[in-house]
Design a protein around this ligand. Structure first.
Ligand SMILES: Cc1ncc(COP(=O)(O)O)c(C=O)c1O
Length: 372
């Protein structure tokens, strides 16, 4: 059952909280960045609500908020060209928003993300996607070097990720007031963890600022897939054997800067939270139930032609919650908010890359694309 909704845009509704970015700049770029809260059937005595950041947004993930803020800020800074690297969703979102902001976009992605790319966005005349056959760190390095040489911004910088994700804290704070409930836990699937960092940053602002009162933040539970769990390891989990397959290419960040690891340790200390690695067999055990629970409340999953979920990032937070209820990490009676970050976006045909290059070929191509 849907219990709360902000539609069409959390960004427009809470734009006044972004001090240096006038509301008009955001409104000019904003499309649909809505959110809603749905109440699931309780599981093991634990009431579970889902924050759906997928079905009411332009490209189907929470990255639309990020792209909206980031392209608006880049355009306001006088830029006309921007670049990005992404496992797919951020690139889709930027491709939807950059043309509206008057920006030309060059987006790099690894071959594993090809199935995530939405062809109708990637083929916009102001957008060029480049598939780079290289590991994540190498793609990041190529982007850093090419953008520095061409004096072009790499979107979204950390600040835009934090700002955009902070807006949902203001939304949740208002929803909490309206519903008369609070959540004891906030659960999200992690790659770089900018979503939760931004949310908790916004929570602090919401509770100290215009809302007047203060409220303890919900405990944070981060969920990582078995094969890629650097935050869980930074908090003490043993490394997984190399043989474990990656089930979700979107959740791909393998290496953390010391700053990110410290931020997560601090966040977990402050909220009495933790990050857990969800073994593949446990994820697959919960997947059918997670899909059923979401479909029961009207969140349809986007599937590939063979019936498998097109993307599992959003499902991971619900599967991780079901695991945490079963193991007793989340005790009976504690209310949980599961963040459904994506997974119900538009179904799309297969995308054929504009450019497919090796790491050696990338610098010359990027130079040409960024300076054209
Ligand atoms: C749908 C979805 N969920 C979760 C994540 C992880 O987000 P973060 O990088 O903020 O940890 C991503 C990142 O690309 C995503 O696209």
């Amino acid at each position: 059952m849907e219990i709360h909704r902000e539609d069409p845009s959390v960004v427009r509704r809470y734009a006044s909280h972004l001090a240096d970015l006038p509301g008009e700049a955001l409104t000019a770029v904003s499309q649909r960045e809505g959110a809603r809260i749905l109440r699931l059937a309780p599981q093991g005595g634990v009431p579970i609500d889902v924050l759906d950041l997928s079905t009411l947004s332009t490209t189907g993930t929470f990255k639309d908020c990020v792209a909206c803020v980031s392209t608006a800020r880049a355009a306001r800074g006088g830029h006309r060209v921007a670049a990005a690297q992404s496992s797919g969703n951020t690139a889709n979102a930027l491709a939807a928003y950059a043309p509206r902001a008057g920006l030309r976009l060059v987006a790099l992605h690894p071959p594993a993300s090809r199935g995530r790319v939405l062809p109708h966005l990637a083929h916009h005349p102001a957008v060029t996607f480049v598939e780079v056959d290289a590991p994540e760190d190498e793609i990041k390095r190529l982007l850093r070097e090419a953008t520095a040489a061409a004096d072009v911004p790499a979107l979204p910088p950390l600040r835009d990720q934090i700002d955009a994700n902070s807006l949902r804290a203001h939304y949740l704070y208002d929803a909490m007031d309206a519903l008369g409930d609070r959540w004891h836990w906030h659960v999200q699937a992690l790659s770089s963890a900018y979503g939760p960092f931004g949310f908790y940053h916004g929570w602090q602002a919401a509770t100290n600022g215009s809302h007047g009162s203060s409220a303890a933040p919900p405990r944070f539970l981060g969920v990582q897939q078995e094969a890629v769990a650097p935050y869980a390891e930074a908090l003490g989990a043993a490394p997984a054997p190399d043989s474990r397959p990656m089930l979700e290419p979107t959740l791909f960040r393998r290496t953390l800067t010391p700053d990110l690891a410290d931020r997560m340790r601090r966040l977990c200390r402050q909220t009495h939270g933790t990050v857990r690695r969800l073994p593949n067999d446990r994820y697959l055990h919960w997947e059918p139930r997670a899909i059923r629970l979401l479909e029961q409340v009207g969140i349809p999953l986007t599937r590939d032609p063979d019936g498998t979920p097109r993307e599992r990032a959003g499902l991971y937070s619900l599967a991780g919650t079901l695991e945490a209820v079963t193991t007793g990490l989340i005790p009976e009676g504690q209310r949980v908010l599961v963040v459904y970050t994506g997974g119900s976006g538009p179904a799309a045909d297969t995308y054929t890359p504009h450019h497919s290059v090796t790491a050696d070929q990338a610098p010359a191509l990027l130079k040409r694309l960024l300076t054209a």
